[in-house]
Structure formats: C-alpha cells, structure tokens
Design a protein around this ligand. Structure first.
Ligand SMILES: NC(=O)c1ccc[n+]([C@@H]2O[C@H](COP(=O)([O-])OP(=O)(O)OC[C@H]3O[C@@H](n4cnc5c(N)ncnc54)[C@H](OP(=O)(O)O)[C@@H]3O)[C@@H](O)[C@H]2O)c1
Length: 371
C-alpha cells in the first residue's frame, strides 16, 4: 500500500516521506478473518481509507516523537479517518473502555472515527491506504454523510467538542438530554477552527440561550452560519478581555470553552464568567497547557489565583464518543461539517503546511482514494 511515514523529526516537509510500497496491514493469524458475516465481537477492523482530516496534534507528533524509537518503526502519522471495512476479525484485546458494545459491522460498511493514543505513539496512523484498528475505535458513517465530512466530524475535532460539552452538562449524556445547555450563555474562543465549528453547533443545538464565538472578522459569517448569536473579532478588539468585560460584564457567561489557548481569557474571566461558571480549555503543550494548568489549578485565590473553576483535558479518542458525535449528527444537532480545503494524498505535506498556519476554517482533508 501507499502511506506517508515520518523518517525524521521536524516540520512536515522535513519529516514526511511518501512510501509507495509499504506492507499492507493484515489481521493476525490467531483470529480468523471474517469477510462476509456481520460482527460485533471482532476486535480488529481492516479499513480501506478514503479520507483523512488533519489535527494540530498531528503536527506536534511529527515535531516531538522521533521515528527511531523501537516501538515506532516507520511510523505513519494521522488520526482521523473515514473509509470502508475490508475485513473483520482478530482477537487482540481492546483497550477502549467502551461501556456499550459497538454496533455490528459488515465488510463493505462505511466507517469513520479516530485512531487512539496507542496508535499515535506506536506510529500506526491513518495517513495510509489501509489501517488496522481496534473495533472499539470505529463507528458507522451517519446516513447521508460523505467520507470527508465524516472524518472531520467523527474524528478528533468532533469528539473533542462533544467531550467538552459533556464536561459541563450534568450527567454528561448528550444523546438523551437534548436540552443540556438550556438557558446557558456560552463563549467559544477559536470558534472557526476544527473543534470550534462543531462546538458552536452542539451548544446551539442543545439549547444554549446565547452562543458567542470568538474568531477573526473574516470568519464571522461562517460562525454565525453555524448558529452563533454573536461573533467577537479578536483582532478588532485587542485586548479581547477588556472588550469582553465591557460587553458581557452585566450579562456574564455560564460556560467558556477555550479552543485557542488564552491564559488572559481565564485570568480576566471574573469580569465576564459567573462565579459558578465553568472554564474549559483543551490547549495543551508546555507553555500553553502544563504551566497554566498548574498555576490555575493550584494557586489559591488569596495568592492571586483566579476565583473561577478551571478545566484542561486531553481527549482519549474512542468509538463510544465517535458514536455520540454520530448520534448528534443524526439528531440534527450537528448540521454540517466545515471543510477548509482538500488535498490529494500526494500533497499531504501541503495539507500539513496549511494546518500549520493556524488559520484553517474547519477541517483540512487529505483525499486518500481520490473519491
Ligand atoms: N486537548 C485535546 O484533547 C485537544 C483536542 C483537539 C484539539 N486540541 C487543541 O485545540 C486547539 C484547537 O484545535 P483545532 O483543531 O480547532 O485547531 P485549528 O482547526 O487549527 O484552529 C484554527 C482556527 O483557530 C483560530 N484561531 C487562531 N488564533 C486564534 C485566536 N487568538 N483567537 C481565536 N481564534 C483563533 C483561527 O481562526 P481565525 O483565522 O479566525 O483567527 C482558525 O479558524 C489546538 O491547539 C489543538 O491542539 C486539543
């Protein structure tokens, strides 16, 4: 098969090589492949990939994880995927902590989702014509959705957006509680990116009284079209926090979702976030994630800490969350996938370079099958 491999650490152009003849993964011999029957018990799925969407974490993996580690031989990058089931079987134990058994799959089914942390660390990613995945990471493509839309929405971005909302909805069950955000006022920072474009739709679809998106003015129409009641242009209003205090000081938010990684947004939040309000960030790394996490979580208010709750979390991709996203699609809560641009498989480096600008509107697609 053809696949992209990381041959060194660094920028996409330095790190990535297109391998035209890599071995196609196959089901292990200890579990006979099931090529015609349906299966909900098989633990492995061989998927022929049609579309991959990229995430900032893919860039971080290229920059940070050396390919010479013994457990990362010829590592393939990529997490999000959509494709078709080629074979089912295998008996490798799943590590996914799925509560409910996944729905049955058949050869030929269209599936989507995201590879998990284990696949990322061992370099068994999705930027390839075939990938062998734990069954627990895979979910059927919602009816009426194409591969590029499914990869972009049921992949890391949509799973993260869904998991963020679950953290602030009592009980955390978005599928049965369709009014989980009813009456609440929500701010989404980074509303035009891969995560933000899904987040705005979920917040509005789950009954938020008001959704305010923060992005550059060029993306105002996009974010309003996804359901935001108001958009704040962070370039026009600099510093953003001063404007938020003036504009929302009297009508404070119940929830702030930070998809852009702003310490100032949290530090100044008492000016526009209710005392019992929730601040949820997903932006990791050392300077934007670890240091603020320690400072914001551990510093008491009397030593200058911010008197608002702070939550930073790292998604662990799973089929269970992917299925929750798919249900939100089927219920019409998530109405559209926002696609920034699409590149053929041969131009994956250019796709990564577009991602690295930090200016993507929604998801960047790599079309593996030219479909
Ligand atoms: N913790 C986790 O599990 C997890 C999961 C997924 C993602 N993440 C992280 O979350 C962040 C967002 O991910 P993503 O996939 O949405 O990224 P993305 O698609 O690359 O985000 C691009 C968007 O960010 C916006 N943006 C850039 N700077 C901004 C700023 N200062 N204020 C507001 N918006 C700004 C841009 O809008 P404009 O062009 O309009 O400025 C652009 O639309 C990344 O740092 C990613 O690593 C974490």
């Amino acid at each position: 098969m053809r696949c992209w491999t990381a041959t060194s650490r660094g920028s996409p152009r330095q790190a990535l090589t297109l391998n035209p003849a890599a071995p196609t993964p196959s089901l292990p011999a200890d579990g006979p492949p099931s090529s015609s029957s349906s299966s909900s018990s098989s633990s492995l799925v061989l998927v022929r990939i049609t579309h991959v969407t990229l995430n900032p974490a893919d860039l971080n993996t290229l920059r940070l994880l050396p390919p010479w580690l013994p457990f990362r031989r010829a590592p393939v990058p990529g997490m999000d995927f959509a494709g078709e089931v080629v074979a089912l079987g295998g008996s490798r134990a799943s590590t996914d902590a799925d509560a409910a058994p996944p729905p049955p799959l058949r050869v030929g089914d269209r599936v989507c989702g995201a590879a998990g942390l284990r696949e990322v660390f061992t370099g068994r990613g999705t930027l390839a014509e075939f990938v062998l995945l734990d069954r627990a990471l895979v979910t059927p493509v919602p009816a009426g959705w194409g591969g590029r839309e499914a990869a972009g929405t049921m992949g890391i971005a949509g799973q993260t957006a869904t998991a963020m909302v679950k953290r602030v909805v009592p009980g955390g069950d978005l599928r049965s509680d369709r009014r989980g955000l009813e009456g609440r006022r929500v701010l989404v920072n980074g509303a035009s990116g891969g995560v933000g474009t899904v987040l705005v739709q979920i917040c509005k679809g789950l009954g938020a009284a008001e959704v305010v998106g923060v992005c550059s003015g060029a993306n105002e129409g996009l974010v309003k079209g996804l359901g935001a009641d108001e958009v704040v242009d962070y370039r026009l209003h600099d510093p953003l926090e001063t404007h938020l205090v003036e504009r929302f000081g009297e009508h404070q938010f119940d929830v702030i979702f930070d998809c852009a990684g702003s310490q100032g947004l949290y530090s100044c939040s008492p000016g526009y976030l209710k005392p019992e309000g929730r601040f949820v960030s997903i932006v990791g790394g050392w300077s934007q994630g670890v240091v603020p996490y320690i400072r914001n979580k551990l510093r008491p208010v009397f030593l200058g800490g911010t008197p608002r709750s702070y939550d930073l979390f790292l998604l662990s991709a799973s089929g269970e969350i992917a299925r929750e996203v798919a249900t939100l699609v089927e219920q019409g809560v998530i109405k559209q996938a926002v696609i920034d641009s699409e590149f053929p498989m041969e131009q994956a480096v250019e796709a990564f370079e577009k991602l690295a600008t930090g200016r993507a509107r929604g998801k960047i697609v790599v079309n593996i099958s030219n479909s």
